[in-house]
Design a protein around this ligand. Structure first.
Ligand code: EZ4
Ligand code: CO
Length: 404
């Protein structure tokens, strides 16, 4: 007799930051986990799963991953959107986890097996002033990283995306309302090319350097930035413009050879199809937690492969260790995988989500535990209940809202 899903529960926990985890159980006694964390909108994702998805799953055959995906996507009528797609992602991941546990195999084996021995990763280094930034980059290299995202302060501003004053960087801040930061694109553009060119001089030619402009530039500004960063030979320049206007990237593309990465806020293949087929980007940043899980990511990456666009999933602290592990399984088994962002986790998150994935010498491996290889210590998770926390918002110096 086929197995059946008998329970679908949502675990909300905050070990250092908030995570939304779906737990499926089957009649055969298997457990599968998925991640539906949407930074600053955790309760909406949890409700979508608990109130609108969990009841539909009870009694379904957990082996039917694709059919369940189609049922939740087509069946909702209201397609796409970050909350819906995060919920579908969580179900998809939990079902791949169960399929792996049923087979006694790590998920990457079910995806065709390893096409590489290890998955290249990059992490973040940031500091307000250049000397401290160089120190931070040196520290990341000492940790083994072969690729580092560098973000610096901007004279005249008090806060800048991606830069923190010491300690671990966590963009979401606890509190009932978002923190407001200020932003001045002209000041940023005057400063950042010198910083990154100086970083390149300091680190030498080999280290892969990345930079994230966080959706704040016009196409013309982005084109100029890309061109001025060419001496720094970036691995990529990320999120130069708000990507809803996909045509913007065509203009940027025509003016610079700096590789472009985009897509961490995308949640479906439709969001990236023009960027990929138009060859307007070099790296697609969709995350398994936000773009429909392993099943949909594989479709996106297969399309990307036709155009030599590489997969480079978002991997901030708000992508939980469950979906991070899933992303590393995809990385190990996808030919056009480029790099995995690995921002790192609070020590507590590693404890709440014991995992088989591991980091060594700049590379990740998903491990060989059956399924995704990530479990949840529910007793420990229960000690850290959800706490409201939000990403900042940004206003220009004249007080008007801009993209954070
Ligand atoms: O802004 O994780 O590349 N990484 C990033 C992150 C994102 C946050 C959003 O939740 O841009 O810092
Ligand atoms: Co980013």
């Amino acid at each position: 007799m086929t197995d059946r899903i008998i329970a679908a529960d949502v675990i909300l926990t905050s070990p250092g930051r908030n995570y939304v985890t779906l737990k499926l159980r089957t009649a055969d006694g298997l457990t599968g986990y998925g991640d539906a964390t949407v930074n600053g909108r955790e309760l909406a994702a949890a409700s979508y799963l608990r109130d609108h998805v969990a009841p539909l799953l009870i009694g379904l055959d957990p082996a039917r991953i694709e059919d369940t995906w189609q049922y939740l996507y087509r069946g909702a009528y209201w397609r796409r959107g970050p909350i819906t797609m995060a919920a579908i992602s969580a179900v998809d991941l939990a079902l791949w986890d169960i399929k792996g546990k049923t087979a006694g195999l790590p998920v990457y084996q079910l995806l065709g097996g390893a096409v590489r021995d290890r998955v290249l990763s990059y992490t973040h280094a940031s500091a307000w002033e250049l000397p401290e930034l160089l120190d931070a980059i040196d520290a990341r290299r000492a940790d083994g990283f072969k690729a580092v995202r560098a973000q610096s302060g901007v004279p005249g501003l008090e806060t800048v995306y991606g830069v923190h004053a010491g300690g671990g960087y966590e963009p979401a801040k606890r509190g009932a309302v978002p923190v407001t930061e200020s932003w001045d694109t002209d000041a940023y553009l005057r400063h950042v090319p010198d910083v990154l060119n100086a970083v390149r001089e300091h680190v030498g030619p080999e280290l892969a350097l990345l930079h994230d402009a966080h959706h704040r530039l016009t196409p013309q500004q982005a084109a100029r930035l890309g061109r001025s960063l060419e001496p720094a030979n970036l691995f990529w320049l990320e999120d130069v413009t708000p990507a809803e206007n996909q045509e913007a990237l065509r203009l940027v593309r025509q003016h610079t050879t700096t590789p472009l990465a985009i897509g961490e806020v995308f949640n479906s293949i439709y969001d990236c199809k023009d960027l990929i087929t138009g060859q307007l980007i070099d790296y697609i940043r969709v995350a398994v937690a936000h773009a429909g899980g392993i099943s949909h990511l594989r479709n996106i990456f297969a399309l990307a492969d036709l155009y030599q666009v590489k997969a480079a999933p978002h991997g901030p602290s708000d992508v939980s260790p469950v979906s991070f592990g899933a992303s590393v399984h995809v990385g190990l088994s996808t030919i056009n995988f480029g790099i995995q962002e690995y921002m790192g986790y609070d020590a507590l998150a590693h404890e709440v989500f014991p995992h088989s994935w591991s980091f060594a010498d700049g590379y990740l491996h998903p491990g060989d535990a059956p399924g995704l290889g990530v479990e949840v210590d529910e007793a420990l998770a229960a000690k850290f209940p959800y706490e409201p926390a939000y990403l900042p918002v940004a206003r220009r110096l004249d007080g008007s809202m801009t993209d954070w």
